[in-house]
Write a protein that binds this ligand. Structure first.
Ligand code: MN
Length: 163
């Protein structure tokens, strides 16, 4: 009895694993470090900023993002994300601010959670460069709504009262 039951049990276990193994045939993509660096769109950024390693997962996944590097003084325009945005600061020191709120300082290693639909900007401080990897999920294909630029007056106010 043992001779028939054990192989049947093993066979059942292996067969139950087979579909999972077969499903793992799709290729994994590695985007090389520093891939496709481009200057950030000057209509949505002030100062010198570079975007690289831009990625977008395929449907039905909705995650996309890229590594953005800001020179001192560089920042995004005001904008919002329909499903929010997560920033992972990889180098330097930067500022992030919600409309009507205080400027907040973010540093290398920090993870910054920006809620859905909130008007905000992010960028380097006036004296330090800053890089962050930014990821966001798309809603109906849209990850960002751009607004007006952050004026020198508003940005300069942060010099007086940074957190
Ligand atoms: Mn943002």
């Amino acid at each position: 009895m043992r001779h028939t039951t054990l192989p049947r049990l093993l066979c059942g276990l292996l067969l139950s694993c087979a579909p999972a193994l077969q499903a793992q045939t799709a290729a994994i993509t590695i985007l090389p470090a520093g891939s496709q660096p481009t200057a950030a769109d000057p209509s949505h950024f002030t100062g010198s900023a570079q975007v690289e390693s831009r990625f977008s997962q395929t449907t039905p996944a909705r995650l996309g993002g890229g590594l953005v590097s800001f020179e001192p003084g560089a920042r995004t325009a005001w904008h919002s994300h329909p499903l929010g945005q997560t920033l992972l600061v990889t180098a330097g020191e930067g500022w992030v601010q919600v409309w009507g709120g205080p400027v907040q300082t973010m540093r290398q290693g920090d993870v910054v959670l920006i809620p859905p639909g909130v008007k905000h900007w992010h960028g380097a401080t006036a004296s330090s460069s800053m890089s962050h990897f930014a990821v966001a999920e798309a809603l109906d294909g849209n990850t960002v709504t751009w607004m007006e630029k952050v004026s020198a007056h508003v940005y300069g106010r942060n010099l007086l009262a940074p957190e």
